[in-house]
Design a protein around this ligand. Structure first.
Ligand code: NCD
Length: 329
C-alpha cells in the first residue's frame, strides 16, 4: 500500500490497510534496531523538531532516538527556556523552526487541538511539513495507540504483526478513561482491529457517553463497566491507566487506597482473566494505585518494558512514512 497521510493527528480515521502498513514498517525497523549498527540513512538531511509544551519522559526520548536511528537531525524545544516566556505565540514558535528547515514536527500540548492548528497553518503556507501528535490534552495520543497495537500484535505473531490478529480478543482498559488520550487512541485502534474493548473505572472517570464512540468505530465492540470483575472476566489483555490527578479539576475519587481496593490490578484479580493474560500500562505508573508494584515488575504478565521498546520502532515507522512524503513534496 502507498502511504498518503501527511500528518498523524489521531487514529479515529485510520483504515485497516494503514494500520498494517505501519505495523509492517515498524517490524522492519525492529530488525534494524536489533542489528549491530542500529541505524539506517533513511532520513538523512531531514530535520525533526520535538515541540513538547507538556512534560514527557518516554514519548519525547523515544521520538528523539527514533529520529537519530533514521539519521535525521533532531531539535528539542523546551518551553521553560524558550521565547514563549517572552510572549511568543505557539504558531510563531512553529514558524521559527520552519524557517530553520524543519521537515517534521512532533508536538505535545496540554490543550487538545494544538497539533491540528499547527498542521492547518503548515498546509495553508504550503510548507510540506508533517505534523505528528505526541499527545494533545484529553484528545489523542496516536503513537502510543500504535505502539500498544504493535506490542500486542508482535506477541501474537512476532514475525508478521498485523491488526487482524486481535479479532475477537477481549481487552479491558481500566482506570481514568475520562482524562486519557491514550484510552481514546486505543479505543479507535483496538476496535478497528476487531477486538472487544471493555472500559472500566468509577462512574466519575468512565462516563456513559463513552459508549457513543462505538458507533463511530469501525467494527469492534465497546462495553462500559463500573465493576471490575465483568470487565476482567476472561480478558486476554488488561491495559491499566494512570490516575491523571493534574487534569482533575474536581474531587472525582474516593481515597487512593479505596481506589486501589476497587479498581487496582493485582495478581489476585488476574485469576478472573484468561490464563495467558498480559498487562499493559503506558507509563508513568503510580505504583500501588492503578497496579500493584509486584505485578508491574512481574515479567510473566507485564508488557510495560516491551511497550517502551516497541515505541522506538513504531516512531521510526511514523517518522519514516511521513518524512518520506514530506521530502518528496
Ligand atoms: C501518557 C500521556 O502522556 O498521555 N503517557 C505517555 O505518553 N506514555 C499517559 C499518562 O500521562 O498517564
Amino acid at each position: 500500500m502507498t502511504w498518503t497521510r501527511h500528518h498523524v493527528l489521531g487514529l479515529k480515521d485510520w483504515t485497516p490497510e494503514e494500520y498494517d502498513t505501519l505495523l509492517q514498517t515498524a517490524s522492519s525497523f525492529r530488525e534494524v534496531l536489533s542489528s549491530r549498527t542500529k541505524k539506517v540513512p533513511a532520513l538523512q538531511g531531514v530535520v525533526v523538531t520535538n515541540l513538547f509544551f507538556e512534560p514527557s519522559t518516554r514519548t519525547r526520548s523515544s521520538f528523539e532516538l527514533a529520529a537519530k536511528r533514521l539519521s535525521a537531525d533532531i531539535l528539542n524545544f523546551s518551553p521553560g527556556t524558550s521565547s514563549l516566556t517572552k510572549g511568543e505565540t505557539i504558531l510563531d514558535t512553529a514558524k521559527t523552526y520552519l524557517a530553520m528547515g524543519t521537515n517534521l514536527m512532533v508536538i505535545r500540548h496540554k490543550q487538545a487541538g494544538v497539533p491540528q492548528a499547527i498542521a492547518l497553518e503548515m498546509d495553508r503556507l504550503n510548507t510540506g511539513v508533517g505534523i505528528l501528535n505526541a499527545g494533545d490534552g484529553q484528545h489523542e495520543h496516536p503513537s502510543q495507540g500504535l505502539l500498544d497495537l504493535f506490542t500486542l500484535c508482535c506477541l501474537l505473531d512476532f514475525d508478521h504483526p498485523r491488526s487482524g490478529l486481535l479479532k475477537g480478543k477481549k481487552i479491558a482498559i481500566v482506570g481514568d478513561i475520562l482524562h486519557s488520550r491514550v484510552a481514546r487512541s486505543n479505543i479507535w485502534s483496538l476496535t478497528a482491529a476487531g477486538a472487544t474493548v471493555h472500559l472500566v473505572g468509577p462512574p466519575t472517570l468512565v462516563p456513559e457517553w463513552f459508549k457513543g464512540m462505538e458507533k463511530e468505530s469501525h467494527q469492534g465492540k465497546l462495553f462500559l463497566h463500573w465493576d471490575l470483575k465483568p470487565a476482567l472476566e476472561k480478558a486476554d489483555f488488561v491495559m491499566t491507566l494512570r490516575l491523571q490527578k493534574e487534569r482533575m479539576t474536581d474531587y472525582l475519587l474516593p481515597s487512593l487506597r479505596e481506589y486501589h481496593q476497587q479498581y487496582g490490578i493485582t495478581h489476585r484479580r488476574l485469576a478472573w482473566c484468561h490464563p495467558h493474560v498480559k498487562i499493559l500500562h503506558p507509563g508513568p505508573v503510580n505504583r500501588g494505585v492503578e497496579i500493584s508494584s509486584e505485578l508491574m515488575d512481574d515479567p510473566d504478565f507485564s508488557l510495560i518494558q516491551q511497550q517502551v521498546t516497541s515505541g522506538i520502532a513504531v516512531r521510526m515507522a511514523l517518522l519514516f512514512l511521513i518524512g518520506t512524503l514530506s521530502i518528496n513534496n
